[in-house]
Each structure stands twice: as C-alpha cells, then as structure tokens.
Design a protein around this ligand. Structure first.
Ligand SMILES: NC(=O)c1ccc[n+]([C@@H]2O[C@H](COP(=O)([O-])OP(=O)(O)OC[C@H]3O[C@@H](n4cnc5c(N)ncnc54)[C@H](OP(=O)(O)O)[C@@H]3O)[C@@H](O)[C@H]2O)c1
Length: 344
C-alpha cells in the first residue's frame, strides 16, 4: 500500500482527493491537514464522507513521513514551504499554481511577484497526462494544472498536433466556470445574492492560466476570457480558432481521433442530432472525464473547439490521482472510473 498524506484537506480539492483516495485499492490515507479544524473529523467540512471514514484532521506541524504528499493549498503556500515538504515524502503532487510554469519570469508577469524558490521549477513536471504521460510516470514532483488551462489545452491539443492551428494564429478561449473554482472560502462575490443567477465577466483578459496554455501548446497568440455562470461544478471552454490555412471536417475528425483515440479520460463528443450534441459540463459532475468536440464554420474557416470538465475532478483532484497512479506504477484508471449522473 502507498501511504498518502493530503495537505489542505478541508478545501474543495482536498474533499475530492479524500473521496477518490478512500476507495483507492492501493492507497492508505495517512494524514490530512487543516489548521482551522485540527483534531476534528474530516466529515465536518465534507459531510458526504459521513460514515465512510473516521479520519481526523491534523496540523501541518504534526506531519510524518509518507510515500506521496499531495498539496491542496492556496497559491504561494507550497512554494514558500517546498524545502520542508520535500523532507516529508519522496514524491509530491502540488495542486496549486506554484510549480506549473517553467520560466521564473512568468511568475513575475502573471502572478505579480518573483517565485520564492525558482530552483525547484525545473524539478516539477506539468501534470497533464494527455500532454506529459511519460514524464509524469518518471517524475518525483508533479504540479497540478489550472482547471481553465486543462479545458483550453485539451481543446487545442488535436489542432496544434495536427498543425491545423499554427503558433501565431489567433486563438480565443471563452470559458464559463462554476463557483467551486473559487474554493471553499467565501468572499463578497460568492455571497448567494451576488453569485446566484449571474453571467459575470470575471476575467475578460489577463487570466493567469493563459501562461500555462502558452507553455503547453506553443501558441503565442492565445487569449483567455473567463465568465462566472450559474453552476457549482464545471467548466466549459469554447476555443475560437482563426487558422491561417483552411481545413475541412474530415481533417478535423482525423486530428481529434489521432489525439484522443487511446486516452482513457477523453471522449470526442460531436453528435449529429439530439440535445447533447457537444460537450456539457453538467454530464461530467463527479467524473474524471474531459469531453472534447468541435464545430467548423465552412464560410469563415473559424473552428470552435470545445472541452467540458468537472473543475474539481479532471481540473484538479482527478488529474492529481491520475498522476499519482502514473507516478506509482498503478493502472491509470484506478479509482477514477466513475460514471456521471443523468439526469442531475
Ligand atoms: N477549486 C478548483 O476548481 C481548483 C482547480 C484546480 C486547482 N485548484 C488549486 O487547488 C488548491 C486548493 O484549491 P481549493 O479550491 O481546494 O481551495 P480551498 O477550498 O480554499 O481550500 C484551501 C485549503 O488550504 C488550507 N489553507 C488556507 N489557507 C492556508 C494557509 N495560509 N496556510 C495553510 N493552509 C491554508 C485550508 O485549510 P484550513 O484553512 O482549514 O487550514 C484548505 O484546506 C489551490 O491552489 C487552487 O488554486 C483549485
């Protein structure tokens, strides 16, 4: 059995990690931390785990050595304390943005401050299995992937790999996101009368995950726009591409199939009829699936590539467990094979 400890276990990503790892046949959860709730049952902030586990939260100061440490802390916490965390486990998966970017200058540009430990950046592998499976399998340190970056990158990979979208082509990813992207801590914007029913432009330009998409795809003219909508879980990226060369539907099918034919957690969704013709996040709640589809405007040549995910699963905890499986030589689908709910 692999002993795993979760740091930041009282948050939404921590709750999903617990849900997945409590039923993982090769994992024992050793410790789960919360500073606020140390000594209290994990089923307090995660009531869906009532009767499933008797685990209690512990403080970070009481962490003991384990096989894999998963960090689900707010931005900055992992980076500042990485030297301490590295003494606690030979393998680390960090769900935050702290080790996603290779170039230290990108932290100044996109996060507004210098990285406190840039010497650690080359040691982390970017944890998107569909992009980096072999490197993740060999890695001791893996970073999580931004949920909006996951949806955008998975929508773009087939087009980039097939050369349908060139590095300087204009690409705009319009992403609708649910409220759980903001985590479990409330703020003015998450207050129910302010959040309920909104279609609110949250970050029309300048979203931080743009840096990850540029790094992952090699596209230099890619832009993200984020809108908060009436969802708790889920994100859908509609990625508008204006390629300099023309393409056709047959070439697009070929590109998407070549990219995702063998991927365990990516489905190509493009039906001719019915109401569920293209990817929808609602159908993916609680699953690790990414549904990817496309449409082509034959007159303008605009391609709209679409990817839907559950931000807490494929966008965070699900991908982290997928990476854990790869890093530990466990079958990749283990503990991640759940089917979605319909209707919901
Ligand atoms: N939510 C998403 O959709 C999503 C997707 C991808 C990646 N992520 C990333 O995953 C990480 C966790 O996200 P989340 O949504 O689970 O956040 P969250 O719900 O706010 O949970 C944050 C966790 O960190 C702990 N914490 C808060 N402040 C801390 C501090 N100063 N020092 C130590 N611990 C602290 C909290 O525990 P206590 O306060 O109880 O001690 C809690 O367990 C973030 O870096 C986020 O960017 C989130």
């Amino acid at each position: 059995m692999i002993n795993v400890s979760i740091v930041g276990g009282s948050g939404y990503v921590g709750g999903e990690l617990l849900r997945l790892l409590l039923r993982h046949p090769d994992v024992t959860i050793q410790q789960v931390t919360s500073e606020r709730l140390a000594g209290k049952p994990v089923s307090g902030p995660h009531p869906h785990l009532r009767g499933v586990t008797d685990l209690l939260f512990t403080s970070q100061t009481l962490l003991t050595r384990c096989d894999v440490l998963i960090l689900a802390l707010p931005h900055g916490s992992a980076a500042h304390n990485i030297d301490v965390f590295a003494t606690l486990a030979p393998k680390i998966i960090d769900c935050s943005a702290d080790f996603r970017l290779n170039n230290p200058a990108d932290y100044v540009r996109w996060y507004g401050e210098a990285h406190p430990h840039p010497e650690w950046l080359p040691r982390f592998v970017y944890g998107l299995p569909e992009l980096n499976r072999a490197a993740i399998s060999d890695a001791d340190y893996v970073s999580g992937v931004g949920c909006n970056a996951t949806a955008t990158t998975l929508a773009l990979l087939p087009l980039v790999r097939a050369g349908i979208v060139a590095p300087t082509d204009v690409v705009v990813s319009d992403i609708k996101v649910g409220s759980s992207e903001g985590g479990a801590q409330s703020n003015d914007g998450s207050h129910h009368p302010e959040r309920s029913g909104v279609v609110r432009s949250y970050a029309p330009t300048g979203h931080r995950h743009t840096a990850e998409v540029i790094q992952s795809t090699g596209l230099t003219n890619v832009h993200l726009s984020i809108t908060s909508v009436e969802l708790v879980r889920g994100a859908v990226a509609q990625v508008h591409c204006l390629p300099s060369t023309t393409t056709d539907e047959k070439s697009l099918w070929k590109a998407y199939r070549a990219c995702y034919r063998d991927e365990p957690f990516v489905r190509i969704v493009r039906e001719r009829g019915g109401i569920h013709r293209l990817p929808e996040p609602k159908l993916l709640s609680g699953t690790n699936m990414a549904d990817v589809g496309f449409d082509l405007d034959p007159e303008s040549g605009r391609i709209v590539s679409i990817c839907a995910i559950d931000n807490l699963m494929k966008g965070a905890a699900g991908s982290a467990v997928q990476c854990l499986n790869l890093m530990c030589g466990i079958a990749e689908r283990t503990s991640l094979d759940m089917i979605g709910l319909h209707p919901l």
